[in-house]
Design a protein around this ligand. Structure first.
Ligand SMILES: Cc1cc2nc3c(=O)[nH]c(=O)nc-3n(C[C@H](O)[C@H](O)[C@H](O)COP(=O)(O)OP(=O)(O)OC[C@H]3O[C@@H](n4cnc5c(N)ncnc54)[C@H](O)[C@@H]3O)c2cc1C
Length: 453
């Protein structure tokens, strides 16, 4: 009998295995495909490699504006893919080495929960005092919309060996706007279709609005508040019809309408685990209703993010080891959208903060006043939201080139329940974009430097 049997070797599962082995627990890690899961092979890493290639393309295009002779002569997808796959390959090798170096029993194969304390793989039973479910998620489609040919999800889009002339993206959330950003930089005519009233609808309203402005400026087409009805394809193009009767045609259709939990036929329900629409229900200590069975990552309702999976995986390992770790505040998990411009946020939006606390105050520091942002030629802002009662910062929302790199300080402020007065005395290096964060806190503390009061 092992201490822990983990089903799924993605961000959540492998983080749990690594931490548990560090703590001296005996661990079985079961993976049917590649160690590293969605994030490493079909998610975070490949998309960010494409986004970096896109940034380089934009830099080549824009060089002339700042006196650097450069021209954009097109994209060689074979080479872009080689670069992307090289990054994945090196990280994959490193991760495999890490798992091998620990005392972890790594099992290749498709597992099924056959008892509350046992998983079966290839006819062999692995028993654990604790079981961790970490089977992740898959790209969803819309009922009746079959993924084939020119209609694809991010899985197929990441394997494309050509740059299309035009693309429709169904869904203006994180994955949709990231692909739109890449493809636009690669020279594709992009149209995003979003059913909700704005792009990136989960973000603070000011950020969504700024994102729409930025995309309009980049020439990325989008239609919001419109409902998809149907799609048809032939050997030349794909055409979608909206509920209004309007049609849009392009070379391909990327379906980016969210990700569903991968939990079907894995024995979860049979073993009495409480589920909701395919998601595994877990309490704040990530325990399911069945004693000894935990769940981490995308199968647990909440933000579907790799670092949430890492944190939850490590939490469960520590919980099982009896370390009683502090629970994870879901809102304290940083969210970054790596498009151009980038979006980064933590905590509550202004609307959510108003609803929760009533009296809140928001301050927006415009990146126009920040030296480094001017040098980079980016616009955007850092928006801070604090409670009026005690000044605690309950939300930070940013948009602009590279602002994802600024989320570190924002997450400290939020998670340490800091105030503008705590942050204002801290010195921020000049000229950095991080300085804009310092300026925002100074302004909120009533002593703006490079900002109007
Ligand atoms: C296009 C895209 C871009 C993304 N970009 C980002 C980003 O920039 N930042 C970020 O934080 N997140 C990003 N994500 C989300 C991130 O990839 C997920 O949140 C993360 O991978 C979830 O980890 P997980 O361990 O829950 O699941 P997964 O990574 O999906 O891993 C689950 C693993 O379980 C295995 N498995 C499933 N069933 C079984 C079984 N029966 N037996 C054995 N093994 C099984 C699977 O093969 C898989 O390897 C992105 C996702 C996508 C699709």
């Amino acid at each position: 009998m092992h201490d822990i049997v983990i089903l799924g070797g993605g961000s959540g599962g492998y983080a749990c295995a690594l931490r548990a082995s560090q703590l001296g627990l005996s661990v079985v890690l079961i993976e049917q495909d590649k160690l590293g899961g969605t994030c490493l092979h079909r998610g975070c890493i490949p998309t960010k490699a494409l986004l970096h290639a896109a940034e380089v393309a934009d830099t080549a295009r824009e060089g002339e504006h700042i006196g650097v002779h450069s021209t954009f002569n097109g994209i060689d997808m074979t080479k872009v893919n080689e670069y992307k796959d090289g990054v994945i390959g090196r990280l994959y090798k490193g991760l495999q080495g890490l798992v091998k170096s620990r005392d972890i029993t790594y099992v290749e194969g498709s597992g099924k929960l056959v008892a509350p304390n046992a998983v079966e793989v290839n006819g062999q039973r692995y028993e654990g005092k604790n079981i961790v479910l970490a089977t992740g998620s898959f790209a969803r489609s819309i009922p009746g919309l079959e993924i084939s040919g020119r209609i694809m999800t991010s899985d197929q889009a990441l394997l494309m060996d050509y740059v299309p002339q035009s693309a429709i993206i169904l869904g203006g959330g994180v994955i949709g706007v990231e692909f739109a950003s890449v493809w636009k930089s690669f020279g594709v005519d992009v149209t995003i279709i979003e059913g909700l009233p704005t792009l990136v609808p989960a973000e603070d309203a000011a950020v969504s609005k700024a994102m729409e402005r930025a995309y309009r400026k980049r020439g990325i087409n989008f239609k919001t508040g419109v409902r998809f009805q149907s799609a048809s394809q032939d050997d030349k193009s794909v055409t979608i019809t909206l509920e209004s009767g309007e049609t849009v045609s392009a070379d391909l259709l990327l379906v980016a309408v969210g990700r569903g939990p991968r939990t079907e036929n894995l024995g979860y329900e049979d073993q009495g685990i409480s589920m909701d629409r395919g998601f595994v229900l877990a309490n704040e200590r990530l325990a399911t209703n069945v004693p000894g069975v935990f769940a981490v990552g995308d199968i647990v309702p909440g933000f579907q993010l790799a670092h949430r999976g890492f944190q939850q995986g490590m939490f469960v390992a520590e919980e099982i080891a009896g370390l009683a770790p502090a629970t994870i505040d879901e809102l304290g998990i940083p969210r970054v959208t790596y498009s151009e411009p980038e979006i980064a946020s933590i905590g509550l939006t202004e609307a959510q903060a108003k609803e929760k606390y009533g009296d809140v105050e928001a301050y927006e520091y415009n990146l126009g006043g920040n030296g480094k942002s001017q040098i980079l030629g980016t616009t955007g802002f850092i928006k801070l939201i604090r409670k009026k009662s005690d000044g605690i910062v309950v939300g930070v929302h940013m948009i602009g080139a590279r602002v994802g790199e600024l989320i570190g300080e924002a997450q400290l402020v939020y998670n340490w329940e800091g105030t503008a007065e705590d942050l204002a005395p801290l010195v921020h290096a000049h000229p950095t974009q991080n300085e804009a964060m310092g300026e925002a806190f100074m302004a909120l503390a009533g002593k703006p430097l490079h900002a109007h009061a």
